[in-house]
Design a protein around this ligand. Structure first.
Ligand code: SF4
Ligand code: MG
Length: 320
């Protein structure tokens, strides 16, 4: 089957300004040579430490950051070659759910009106139609017409995220990038929001990219999992492959830090030495070699290839 989204050799670099680097052309490689496919109806979890590029990857896919290289194909179209009008349509088809959905809301505007603004901007709906659609959306996310006239501060954390979801769903997107969407919530509320996301996915054939530092949540919601380190992809596989049979030393170290052990997997603690190198001072060879417990000479020199080690399971490591 043709993927919904195909990313090839994607690069998102930021120039570094000022300091001793002023004269040299230096960059932070936030996303570096990423290739992957996302299939319709799946949830792709994206994990890695903060600063690994997972948010930038999500934002670049959505066109919120401009790419420095590579290509993004969505529904078979190269988005680099779209016209302004097509690009607008494409952006409506992809939405994002943030950790704090209210950060961008006006505290003095009622929620119903705030949600209606999406339709004012993007559609030709009448006032009556807009209100009708917002009431539908509220009920879809487990809220009701009482909430239409409330102000942002009157909502609890979980309700706020429901509003964020309603806003993301308003224009019937195909792809939704959830960036730490449940990370700020209590565990019981997290479970409710995840349940809602799954219901909406089934109902509307949604595809999710679920970015989170919380491996337990990712394991619960994802069909496949992508592990990132310093802007690159180090491992990709089904949730089962990644959690039961991790191959990359970095994935193994990440998993060993989960408080609750994974059933059927022997527990081994792997402590990573050293800090995450900065993406501006990019290591040569394997990007993980400065912290890898099993690195060899060769790791310093050559960047490992992205290879398929079993069906659908990809790893970038010389030793695998
Ligand atoms: Fe470690 Fe070398 Fe594999 Fe990189 S290529 S993860 S440094 S063993
Ligand atoms: Mg982030």
């Amino acid at each position: 089957t043709q993927p919904l989204l195909q990313v090839e050799d994607l690069k998102t670099y930021y120039p570094i300004k000022g300091g001793v680097l002023k004269r040299t052309k230096s960059h932070v490689k936030a996303v570096n040579e990423v290739s992957l496919e996302i299939y319709e109806g799946e949830t792709l979890g994206v994990v890695g430490e903060s600063g690994c590029g997972k948010s930038t990857l999500g934002r670049t896919i959505l066109g919120l950051e401009s790419k420095s290289g590579g290509s993004i194909q969505f529904k078979g179209n190269d988005i680099g070659s779209l016209t302004e009008r097509q690009l607008k349509k494409y952006k409506k088809d992809m939405q994002m759910i943030f950790q704090d959905p209210f950060a961008s809301l006006n505290p003095r505007q009622k929620i119903g009106k705030a949600l209606e603004e999406v339709f004012v901007i993007h559609t030709t709906m009448s006032k009556k139609e807009r209100k009708q659609r917002v009431l539908e959306l509220l009920s879809e996310v487990g809220l009701n017409k009482e909430h239409y006239d409330r102000y942002p501060h009157e909502f609890s954390g979980g309700q706020r995220q429901r509003i964020g979801i309603a806003r993301a769903m308003a224009l019937n997107p195909s792809l939704v990038v959830c960036d730490e969407a449940v990370s700020a919530l209590d565990v019981s509320v997290q479970a409710q929001i995840i349940k809602l996301l799954k219901e909406l996915q089934a109902k509307h054939q949604l595809t999710y990219v679920f970015i989170s530092h919380d491996l337990g949540v990712v394991r619960h919601i994802s069909d496949r999992v992508l592990v990132m380190y310093l802007g690159t992809t180090v491992e990709l596989g089904t949730t089962e492959q990644i959690f039961k049979n991790p191959q990359h030393p970095y994935t193994k170290a990440l998993l060993s830090s989960i408080p609750r052990p994974i059933p059927g997997r022997k527990r081994e603690r792997i402590k990573l030495e050293g800090d995450l190198p900065s993406a501006s001072n990019y290591p040569t060879g394997c990007p993980f070699h400065t912290r890898c417990p099993v690195a060899t000479e060769a790791c310093r020199e050559a960047k490992p290839e992205w290879r398929e080690v079993e069906e659908g399971h990809y790893v970038a490591c010389h030793l695998v």
